[in-house]
Write a protein that binds this ligand. Structure first.
Ligand code: HEM
Length: 140
């Protein structure tokens, strides 16, 4: 045992991504603002959703994972049905960063959080742009 043995390790591959994604979505489902978007609006099939999200992050971090999809299209559709405003994205980020920092530390952990921040900004600003042509259900 060294004095460093209790330090958190970094995200090194699929196993750590699965741990992070599992912890994050457990927190999301308990959240009073975000949980209903997944379980009541989108009625997400979690057995399908969790591996897809792991593919997404594995593709982002390691260029493996083979994610093929369009997060933008998915969130544009959601904005037509439910609230997807800036405070919702801020809450999403708060839970994501908290899960990452509780479990891991290191360059890949910093990178995944930075990508999440960028993606949240990009998705939200695209939703706002789209709302000029197709008004969403709630103000963005
Ligand atoms: C307000 C914040 C957010 C909410 C409420 C939200 C909600 C959702 C929901 C409900 C789905 C599943 C849709 C379906 O299967 O019908 C989904 C898919 C997804 N989300 Fe989000 N999301 C948010 C932010 C983000 C952010 C910031 C990212 C990226 C860092 C992200 C990445 C994804 C990805 C990759 C998918 C899978 C898309 C696909 O089917 O290919 N989400 N999101």
């Amino acid at each position: 045992m060294t004095e460093h043995s209790t330090e958190r390790g970094d995200i090194l591959g699929r196993t750590e991504i699965e741990t992070l994604v599992g912890a994050f979505y457990t927190a999301v489902r308990k959240d009073t603002a975000l949980g209903p978007v997944f379980d009541q609006v989108a009625k997400v099939d979690w057995r399908e959703h969790l591996p897809k999200i792991c593919d997404f992050w594995e593709t982002v971090l390691f260029r493996t994972g083979g994610y093929r999809g369009s997060p933008l299209a998915v969130h544009l559709k959601l904005a037509l049905e439910t609230r997807m405003d800036r405070p919702m994205f801020d809450r999403w980020l708060e839970l994501f960063k908290a899960a990452a920092d509780r479990l891991f530390a290191g360059p890949n952990t910093e990178h995944i959080k930075a990508v999440a921040v960028d993606m949240a900004h990009v998705i939200h600003s695209r939703l706002r742009e789209a709302s000029m042509f197709r008004p969403p259900a709630f103000p963005l």
